[in-house]
Write a protein that binds this ligand. Structure first.
Ligand SMILES: [Zn+2]
Length: 254
């Protein structure tokens, strides 16, 4: 069984982050437990509660589950109150939010309801998809290329608030390297030979005048402030700087 939403129809992939956020806003912490199922997985699951031990969890063999077509996912609760604890109608509430996003909720099925299940039926159910495409690979040829939905997120660093596009997946924010570099005042470069992305502090040499003597000193500019190397500054001023008992000590040379 896979929990990977990237295996699902791209349109469903776009819906899921918004759906999960909406659930979260309503105090419903949802975890996706099962997305795409291949033939062996589906038929093993069908055997469960029949030839094999366990409870019956599916009513169909491959390829007649929407899970076989990348248009369904199962979920449970992830708030530490028990994955399938439904004492507060958790699954009904999540199902209603799913419906807001155009999903069908398995809890509405009769007689065999399936509360931890949501599916996307824009292109038809498993039976229709099977009749039309025969295989998942054929159906996949109709899937669009764009796989992720970007959402705007505000980040605060010191006094600055900036908005970046992020991909939100399973509660994690993914931000581009270029944006994180910008946020942290780092310089980003790419080493073509080694294929390594390099992040380094933006360091300049600034000119400093001590009375009339000009010295060059390393600095990092951040938010309009120049941060200089303490060691270089001390040496320029004729002080010795050293580290002792976890303390920085500065002593006059003269
Ligand atoms: Zn399901």
């Amino acid at each position: 069984m896979s929990r990977d939403i990237k295996l699902l129809h791209p349109e469903l992939q776009k819906i899921i982050p918004r759906f999960l956020e909406d659930c979260k806003k309503n105090g419903l912490i949802v975890k996706i437990t099962d997305t795409l199922r291949d033939e062996a997985t589906q038929n093993d699951l069908y055997a469960q509660g029949r030839e094999e031990e366990g409870n019956i969890v599916t009513w169909v063999k491959y390829p007649f589950s929407s899970h076989n077509w990348g248009i369904a996912f199962d979920f449970c609760r992830d708030d530490g109150k028990g994955a399938f604890n439904d004492s507060d109608n958790f699954f009904y509430k999540v199902g209603q939010i799913g419906k807001k996003y155009g999903l069908e909720w398995g809890g509405d099925w009769r007689p065999n309801s399936d509360k931890p299940h949501l599916e996307y039926l824009k292109y038809g159910d498993a039976k229709k998809l099977y009749n039309k495409y025969k295989t998942l690979d054929n159906f996949k040829k109709t899937w669009g290329k764009d796989k992720y939905m970007f959402v705007d997120r505000k980040f605060k660093t010191r006094d600055k608030i900036e908005t970046f596009k992020v991909i939100n997946e399973e509660g994690e924010n993914y931000i581009s390297i270029r944006d994180i570099a910008n946020l942290l005042n780092l310089k980003v470069s790419y080493e073509n030979n080694t294929k390594i992305t390099i992040l380094e502090m933006i360091e300049n040499k600034i000119d400093l005048y001590l009375d009339t003597k000009e010295i060059k000193i390393s600095s990092i500019n951040s938010d309009g402030y120049n941060f200089v190397k303490l060691r270089e500054l001390c040496e320029a001023l004729g002080y010795n700087i050293y580290f002792e008992n976890n303390k920085i000590k500065i002593k006059n040379n003269n």
